[in-house]
Ligand binder design. Sequence first.
Ligand code: FES
Length: 178
Amino acid sequence: MKDSVMTSEAEKAETPPVGGDDRRSFIARFSGWWMGWGLVSGYGYFASMIVRFLYPSSQSENKNKSWQFVAEVNSFKQGDSLTFISPAGDKAVITRMGMKGSEADFIALSSVCPHLGCQVHWESSNNRYFCPCHGGAFDPKGKPTAGPPKAAGQSLPHFTLKVENELLYIKAGTRSLV
Ligand code: FES
């Protein structure tokens, strides 16, 4: 009699309480989902950063644009160039190509290389825009002439310019206040 009592108490001690398995398997499953979710969101964020690096946004495609003052026309000599950054982050390299005194004298191109997003600058002595990262080059109208942009047929996008009262303006992205 005593043996049978002891046996059933030992069995009780080894047998997990009813519901313990369910709780443990729920916790294990929940931990698995949580870890999986963490991995997916981590890799997703990493992938989005890579995509943004490889395909830099095409400037202010979806932003508001407005006319913005750049400089007095007479402050540029022929062949001079400057980099303009709009409040929305559009980057343009503006170069004076002629001396008539109108917007036709100027060209404004994106200074963001369409290959991997490095900064392009004007080289007056070589009559070209140059990207130092991988030797990309563009003619004075922004057409690719060398390096990866030429291989991929990637030109520099244009910005619109106007001259009013001898002041040069560019149409570029602004930040909306609402
Ligand atoms: Fe300009 Fe590669 S980033 S050539």
